[in-house]
Design a protein around this ligand. Structure first.
Ligand SMILES: [Zn+2]
Length: 120
C-alpha cells in the first residue's frame, strides 16, 4: 500500500485539471466523441482571406494538433493512474510487479514503472 496515496491522488487530479484547462485553450472536444480532442481552427472566410492567411491557419491548426496530442497522452496517463488507484494496483511496476519507489511517484505520480524500468 502506498503511504501517501491521497497526496498523490490530489496531485494527479490537479494535473488533470491543468491539462484539461490547457486543452480548452488550444482545442475543442470532438462533438461526436467527447473523450477526444481536436485542434481548434477558425473558420476560414473565403472572401476575406488570401493565400497567406490560409497558410497561417493551417500552420496554427497543425501546431495545435501536436500540442493536443501531447496533452492527450499525459491526460490518458493520469486517467490510467487514477484508475489504478481505484482498483488497487497503483504504485506497482508494470514490468516487474515490484513497488514503485516513493520518490519516483512524487516526481511523477502517473508513473507505471519503477526506476529500473522507467525507460522500458
Ligand atoms: Zn520494474
Amino acid at each position: 500500500m502506498i503511504q501517501n496515496i491521497d497526496h498523490l491522488k490530489t496531485k494527479l487530479e490537479e494535473e488533470k485539471a491543468t491539462l484539461e484547462a490547457s486543452l480548452v485553450d488550444v482545442g475543442q472536444k470532438n462533438p461526436s466523441n467527447p473523450a477526444d480532442w481536436e485542434g481548434k481552427s477558425e473558420p476560414i472566410d473565403a472572401e476575406r482571406s488570401d493565400k497567406i492567411d490560409t497558410a497561417d491557419n493551417i500552420e496554427e491548426y497543425e501546431t495545435n494538433s501536436a500540442v493536443i496530442a501531447e496533452l492527450e497522452v499525459r491526460l490518458k496517463n493520469i486517467d490510467a493512474a487514477l484508475a489504478r488507484i481505484e482498483n488497487g494496483t497503483y504504485g506497482i511496476c508494470k514490468i516487474c510487479g515490484e513497488k514503485i519507489e516513493d520518490d519516483r511517484l512524487e516526481a511523477n505520480p502517473a508513473a507505471n514503472t519503477c526506476k529500473a524500468h522507467m525507460n522500458d
